[in-house]
Every structure is written in structure tokens, then in C-alpha cells.
Design a protein around this ligand. Structure first.
Ligand code: HMG
Length: 387
């Protein structure tokens, strides 16, 4: 029996900042952001979008196509949690109207959280082949105004359905994991923005990629040339580009070209959205599926990295006719619908989103109808509504 990804849903908020505008406002050369970092735009979440609402909106993209009663597991990976105790997944479960017997919880290990969920879901479905699992990654990357990390912010969510006989990608058995207790990036409880040792984080990311990719090749006997595409967690596009350069440096020209072209296809959406932490690797997968020409049974390697730090490499195989299970036009429209913010508008929205709204204040959303949003708290209980 093959187990893997059967559906992918995607959501990003309806506002963005253009990197050229940001560069001008910060007295930087635009090419530093466009070429040096590799980003063109970043999505911005206002006060009404959080990990819960974005996770609901991503899952609603495919919910009508699945058998809701078969969902036995719902996992949310996020580092933008809305409560120290209650799982984001419980709010989401209610909005999605999932059965009461679903097992549901939230996982955290920086950007690795969604991969942890997918691995748990893969093994769960192997044991319970008649059940499926929803795994969501939803995050808002916030470093702060006028910080080095500002250009690598973003917001969005990816939701996947993991089941037997999937329509999109089968997940191979095995993985290579690597962890170490380090301080490259973290967010203390008293801070709404991440703290980061930027240059160190870039080195560690590459180091973890080397460890896990080398070990995975040893374990499986696969070589870089056996892969149609290598996908990366993309905190910013240049980071994944550097890892891909490491992977292809000793390869023949055909492999170099294939992996470089498919990397470019996998980075199209991140370039326009920015870092969405847990979901970034899976945004790369969606971008590859919708922007590359993949042969039947394409072999895909995935590198997940979460600061702190945890790295993992695993692989999957694209299923024939996967195109029928994705919706390129709708995903591209979701990105294109965003409104551009001026830098003062972005700064105002950013600062407001850091504060908890006064209890009892009802928030309104300027999203399209049908979109879920955070509507404020009543008696300190978070309220989610559909527009
Ligand atoms: P910085 O110091 O502003 O930039 O911070 P820089 O000086 O390192 O320059 C960046 C690149 O632009 C360099 O290229 C420059 O040469 C180039 P590189 O040497 O890297 O190839 N450059 C130019 N290129 C063209 N024209 C120009 C020009 N000027 C300079 N005129 C940094 C950059 C990424 C460190 C910062 O944005 C940051 O701290 N970001 C956040 C941390 C981060 O994303 N780390 C990535 C690895 S950790 C990770 O992936 C986990 C994470 O997602 C969190 C989680 O797990 O939850 C972050």
C-alpha cells in the first residue's frame, strides 16, 4: 500500500509589500533584496489573520473533495501559536466540522513542525489504512521593522491530506534526521518577534542539509542524479539556492540543469510570499507541481529545517495525473489578488498586529467573502468567524 499526499490547500493573506519599496525605505540597494536575498514580495497578515484562521482557509480549499468522516487525525504545526495551552487545531477542527472522534493536537519545533506532522500522519495511515490525516502548517514570520530579518518575513498556510493511494505524491519509507541544541533563531515567550543570529543560522542550515542529504544517500543508495527535483525549506529563496548548489556541484550537466530548473520552479511562490516557516517546504512542493513539467513518477527529495535545530531529509514520488488534484489557476489568483501596501501602511498594520485587541472589541476583516478570520476575544476566548 502506498501512503502519501492526496490534497494540498494553500492560503496567504490579501496584502503584500514589494521588496523594491522596502529596500528604498531602508536605504538598501534593491538588488540586495531581489538578488542577494532572492525575494520579490512578502505577504503581510493584519490583526485578523493568525495561524488558526490561515489554517482553516488553506484546508477549506480541498475540504469539499474529501470524505470528512474518514479523517482520524488533525495535526497543526506552527510557531505562531495563539494559546500556550489549547491547541490551534481545536479551533480549526470546529470550523472544518470534523468528527468528534478525531485525534488532534499542535506540534512545535520551529519550521520543522509540519514535517513532524506529516511523518506522524504517514505512519498513522500505514496502521489505519481506512483513515486519513490532515496536516497543517500555518505561520507568520515576524522579525520586526528595520531589522536584518525584515526582508525575510511572510505569512501563509499549507494544508495537506495524507491518505492511502494518494493522488499527488507517495511518501517513501525512511528518513534521515539530525538534531542539535543550538541558538540560531528563537522566539522567547515575552517576545512577539523572532530573535536570530542571521549569519550563523545560514551556516547551520547548510550544515544540516549536508548531514541529512549525505546520510539519506548512504541509507538508501540513491544519488543526487536519481532525483527529478530537490525541495528545500525556503526562509528566503537564496538560502535554498545555496543548498541546491551544494547538491549539484559534482553532478553531470544534465543533472545540474534538471535540479537547477526544478529548484527555480519550486521557488516561484516563496519569492512572492516570503517565509511561512512550517509551511515553507510544502509551498515549494506546491510551486514545483504548478510551475514545472514533471515526468511520470518523478522522484522528489525534501529537506526540512527548523531552527534550534532539527533537520530531516526524506523523499517521495509524484503520482501519475497529479495535475487533476491541484488547481494552478486558483493558487495563482490567490497570490495575484493581494493588495500592495505602502511602507507606512505596512508598518502600521505590523505594529497593530503585535498587540492583542482589547477584550470584547469586534474585529472586521477586509478579506473576500467565505474567508475565515480572527474576530477578537470575548471573555478572553478567541472568536473565529467566516466573512
Ligand atoms: P544581511 O546581513 O542583511 O545580508 O542579512 P547579507 O549582508 O548577508 O547579504 C545577503 C546577501 O545579499 C549576500 O549574499 C550579499 O552578498 C548579497 P551571499 O553572500 O549570502 O551570497 N548582496 C547583494 N547582492 C546583489 N546586489 C547587492 C547586494 N548587497 C548584498 N547590491 C540574513 C541576511 C538572511 C542573515 C537576514 O535577512 C536574516 O537574519 N534573516 C532571518 C534568518 C534566516 O532566514 N536564516 C536562514 C536559515 S535559518 C532557517 O531557515 C530557519 C527559519 O526559517 C526559522 C525557523 O526554523 O522557524 C529562519
Amino acid at each position: 500500500m502506498q501512503v502519501g499526499i492526496d490534497q494540498i490547500g494553500f492560503y496567504t493573506p490579501n496584502k503584500y509589500v514589494d521588496m523594491v519599496d522596502l529596500a528604498h525605505a531602508r536605504n538598501e540597494d534593491p538588488n540586495k533584496f531581489l538578488i542577494g536575498i532572492g525575494q520579490q514580495k512578502m505577504s503581510v497578515a493584519d490583526q485578523t489573520q493568525d495561524a488558526v484562521s490561515m489554517g482553516i482557509n488553506a484546508t477549506l480549499r480541498y475540504l469539499d473533495h474529501i470524505a470528512r468522516e474518514n479523517v482520524g487525525l488533525l495535526i497543526v504545526g506552527t510557531e505562531s501559536g495563539v494559546d500556550q495551552s489549547k491547541s490551534a487545531s481545536l479551533f480549526i477542527k470546529t470550523a472544518l466540522n470534523l468528527p468528534p472522534n478525531v485525534r488532534t493536537f499542535e506540534v512545535k519545533e520551529a519550521c520543522f513542525g509540519m514535517t513532524a506532522g506529516i511523518m506522524i500522519a504517514r505512519d498513522y495511515v500505514r496502521l489505519h489504512p481506512n483513515h486519513s490525516a490532515i496536516v497543517i502548517g500555518a505561520d507568520i514570520a515576524r522579525y520586526g521593522i528595520n531589522t536584518g530579518g525584515e526582508v525575510t518575513q511572510g505569512a501563509g498556510s499549507i494544508s495537506v491530506l495524507v491518505k492511502a493511494d494518494p493522488q499527488i505524491m507517495t511518501l517513501s519509507a525512511g528518513h534521515s534526521a539530525y538534531s542539535a541544541d543550538i541558538n540560531d533563531f528563537w522566539r522567547p515567550n515575552d517576545s512577539a518577534v523572532a530573535l536570530v543570529d542571521g549569519k550563523y543560522s545560514k551556516d547551520v542550515y547548510l550544515d544540516f542539509f549536508r548531514h541529512t542529504f549525505t546520510d539519506y544517500q548512504k541509507q538508501t543508495g540513491l544519488k543526487a542524479s536519481d532525483f527529478t527535483a530537490l525541495l528545500y525549506h525556503l526562509p528566503f529563496v537564496k538560502m535554498g539556492f545555496k543548498a541546491n548548489q551544494l547538491a549539484i556541484e559534482k553532478q553531470d550537466d544534465g543533472t545540474k540543469k534538471r535540479l537547477a530548473d526544478n529548484f527555480a520552479a519550486s521557488a516561484c511562490y516563496s519569492k512572492a510570499i516570503g517565509n511561512i516557516y512550517t509551511a515553507s517546504l510544502y509551498l515549494s512542493l506546491l510551486s514545483l507541481l504548478e510551475n514545472a513539467q514533471l515526468p511520470a513518477n518523478a522522484k522528489v527529495g525534501l529537506f526540512s529545517y527548523g531552527s534550534g535545530a532539527m533537520g530531516e531529509f526524506y523523499s517521495g514520488q509524484i503520482v501519475k495525473n497529479y495535475e487533476k488534484a491541484i488547481n494552478q489557476a486558483a493558487d495563482q489568483e490567490l497570490i495575484a489578488r493581494r493588495q500592495k501596501l505602502t511602507i507606512p501602511e505596512y508598518e502600521q498594520i505590523f505594529n497593530q498586529a503585535l498587540k492583542n485587541p482589547q477584550d470584547g472589541l469586534k474585529l472586521e476583516s477586509d478579506e473576500q467573502s467565505g474567508t475565515w478570520y480572527f474576530a477578537g476575544t470575548e471573555n478572553h476566548i478567541r472568536q473565529y468567524r467566516k466573512k
